[in-house]
Write a protein that binds this ligand. Sequence first.
Ligand SMILES: *[C@@H]1O[C@H](CO)[C@@H](O)[C@H](O)[C@H]1NC(C)=O
Ligand SMILES: *[C@@H]1O[C@H](CO)[C@@H](O)[C@H](O)[C@H]1NC(C)=O
Ligand SMILES: *[C@@H]1O[C@H](CO)[C@@H](O)[C@H](O)[C@H]1NC(C)=O
Ligand SMILES: *[C@@H]1O[C@H](CO)[C@@H](O)[C@H](O)[C@H]1NC(C)=O
Ligand SMILES: *[C@@H]1O[C@H](CO)[C@@H](O)[C@H](O)[C@H]1NC(C)=O
Ligand SMILES: *[C@@H]1O[C@H](CO)[C@@H](O)[C@H](O)[C@H]1NC(C)=O
Ligand SMILES: *[C@@H]1O[C@H](CO)[C@@H](O)[C@H](O)[C@H]1NC(C)=O
Length: 744
Amino acid sequence: MEFFRPAVFLTILTLSSTINARKCPKPCRCDDTKRTVTCIGKNLTEIPLGVDEVTVKLDLKRNSFQMLPRGAFLHTPYLTHLSLQRCSVVTVKEGAFRGLGRVVYLNLAYNKIDILYQESFDGLSALKELHLDHNRIEEIRPGAFTQLGFLKMLTLAHNHLVYIPNMTFQGLQNIKWLRLSCNSLNNLAAEAFAGLFTLSRLSLDHNELQFFPTRTMTRLPEVKRLDLSYNPMTYLEEESVWMGKLTHLYLDHSSLQDLSDQAFSQAGLLSHVDLGHNQLRYLEPLSGPTKLRVLNLTGNPIRCNCRMRRLKEWATAGGVKLPGACAGPAHLSDEPLQAVTSMDLRCRGGAEALEEEEEEESNGNITATAKPKQTAKCPLDCECDTEAHHASCESRGLNKVPRGFPPRTQLLILRGNHFHFIPARSFPGTGRVVSLYLDFCKIHEIEAGAFRGMRNLVYLYLSDNDLTSLEPEALAGLPKLVYLHLEGNRLAQFPGAALSLVPNLSVLHLERNAISRLEPAGLLCSAAPSLMKLYLRSNAIGGIAKGALDSANIETLHLDSNRLTRVPSDALTDTPNLTELNLSRNPVQWLGPETFQEMSHSLQRLYMNQMGMEEMSKEALLGLGPRLKVLTVRGNQLKTLPDLSPLSGLEMIDLRDNPVVCDCDLLPLRRWMERVKLDVLATCRHPLELKGQKVMDTKGFTTCPESTTSPTETGSCRTHGCKTKIHQSEEEGQKSSDHPVKHK
Ligand SMILES: *[C@@H]1O[C@H](CO)[C@@H](O)[C@H](O)[C@H]1NC(C)=O
Ligand SMILES: *[C@@H]1O[C@H](CO)[C@@H](O)[C@H](O)[C@H]1NC(C)=O
Ligand SMILES: *[C@@H]1O[C@H](CO)[C@@H](O)[C@H](O)[C@H]1NC(C)=O
Ligand SMILES: *[C@@H]1O[C@H](CO)[C@@H](O)[C@H](O)[C@H]1NC(C)=O
Ligand SMILES: *[C@@H]1O[C@H](CO)[C@@H](O)[C@H](O)[C@H]1NC(C)=O
Ligand SMILES: *[C@@H]1O[C@H](CO)[C@@H](O)[C@H](O)[C@H]1NC(C)=O
Ligand SMILES: *[C@@H]1O[C@H](CO)[C@@H](O)[C@H](O)[C@H]1NC(C)=O
């Protein structure tokens, strides 16, 4: 396998100016008539020099460039198509594409880019299509796209975006389609999409949006098609969708429990609304859209009784198709909505009787006695939005939980009051509430059965209170609870007994408490059998008994910022699905042999920063293999590291801020770095003359006995002499199986 050396290219360059034949860099294929140059999968580490100036299509897929330097393509000003996917690119320097004023298509998908800088795309003034999907972009700096006035399609799908700040896409004056699917977006600034006056299609599916981003969307006057499928939204309030030209709206696979009949009143042109696979039981006729053709209700638990009659009659009259089927009552179960007639939609004792029956059913025997009549009343000092089903009494200085919320309330915000104590049955008549906020309420005690009757509660926020313990029956009566926030309290023990009453709990936050030890008494597997994510950062945990963490489902375990002096390997033997383990900021000085052996069949991400670790046994990582994707040991006291070569699947490794000694003992590590297609972050601290040099760049190893293999080379190991000796690292063949984990 021939590798380039700058010297070789200089020669080619000089020759070609005298000979008439077109230049073609060595491992590439060149088609002179089509003016294309193709160098796919040639393991190139630098953009090949000597590509003929007149080239219009350059395909460099599947190489290993790591970084695209400023002016990388200055010598090919006629390019129109440039393919750089799967090239392990981490950084695109400002001005990397300068001089490419004719490029219409640029593909940077499947790289490892994390930040888009202000002038990353400077110079691409004719660009029409930009593919940035399947990277790790978590930040877009202001002005990143200002130069792309002709761009029509931008895809940023499958990245790590959480938030879109104001004006992010400024400058895209001709954009038609923006794809932001499969990120972790939970927030969009009001002006996030400001300036996109031509955008007609926006894809935001598979994100973490909990609310319809009304204010942000109203800034998009031309959008006709909006995809918001697979976001955890629970309801749509009145005038949620304020988009005059929208025709197609996808809200399927969300968590919608209800929506206002006025939700679409400001979207008069809607013709297709997909509400499939939500939790809707009834729906009122929708006001606003007069041209509606399809209202897709597939996969909802629709109750086909008298409360659906108006919708059915409205749909029939307006010629609206209703894909979907009845989930009940029994005699209509699975009957297509299209096929039931409004005569079939009946209630035994009339609509009112039904309503009461349901309230009772959903609240157990509590409301049977205390149920308020269907008045749209709201407790004093609170605000109730009966359309949106919210109620809030935030920061009102209340010292007792108010009563009498509208029975259909789904979001109840009681944050920032002074409750101190929550007595039993504090929430009568709230059987429909999905999210309850009780954070910052100075609560120090919750009585048994305090939440009884909240049959639909999924999210419970008890963070930042004064709880020192949790009564075993405190969470009784919450069969659907999935997310529990207890961070920022003073719990001294893992509240195992209380958790055994919430069998479907899957995410538990216990950061910033005072837990000092995890005992098998808090047995996860019996207490919270469904738990998948457990956050214990910033407690005082000094020990974990064997069995304390046994759990078949646990995937994410954060034990960072605690007092562990050793990795609790023996407590992690029965965690078959553990994929992410954070041990950073624990005082673990030494890692013994086979520390992670038991987790090796599942572990993908391991964080061990700032532990004061001085040494790792040569066998410390034994067992960990291609499955491990992320390893960080930043800010320790490591002078050297064990052999990392079995970790052939690594995508990220951080070895910074360790006193690494760059002598011949480190040669195996250095060789491994050369092989893997990763930006390995590590610098030498010793010997003195190499201090500050990157381990990857230093020439300190040339004198080591085994490394002097190429007599013609005096420079670093990165030339072919060394490379041929070391067997090549595996192609990064991971397929696109990286769908983010979604809410249920
Ligand atoms: C974004 O713009 C909105 C509306 O102009 C403004 O209210 C908000 O403060 C801005 N956000 C930031 C972070 O600048
Ligand atoms: C309704 O949604 C289902 C599932 O989400 C889909 O398969 C079907 O094609 C949709 N029907 C229409 C008419 O859009
Ligand atoms: C209903 O009331 C009975 C008796 O008061 C009690 O034992 C039972 O636990 C209650 N059920 C629910 C679901 O609260
Ligand atoms: C709890 O989860 C199980 C399995 O995930 C599911 O079958 C069950 O319906 C859930 N229970 C409730 C009350 O949601
Ligand atoms: C846990 O792992 C087992 C086997 O590896 C797998 O079948 C199961 O689906 C996993 N459970 C979860 C919740 O991922
Ligand atoms: C791991 O823990 C450290 C220290 O608390 C924290 O800074 C870091 O964000 C954590 N990493 C992840 C991925 O949770
Ligand atoms: C590139 O490296 C891979 C894996 O090391 C090897 O299989 C492949 O043959 C190399 N490709 C070329 C063109 O040398």
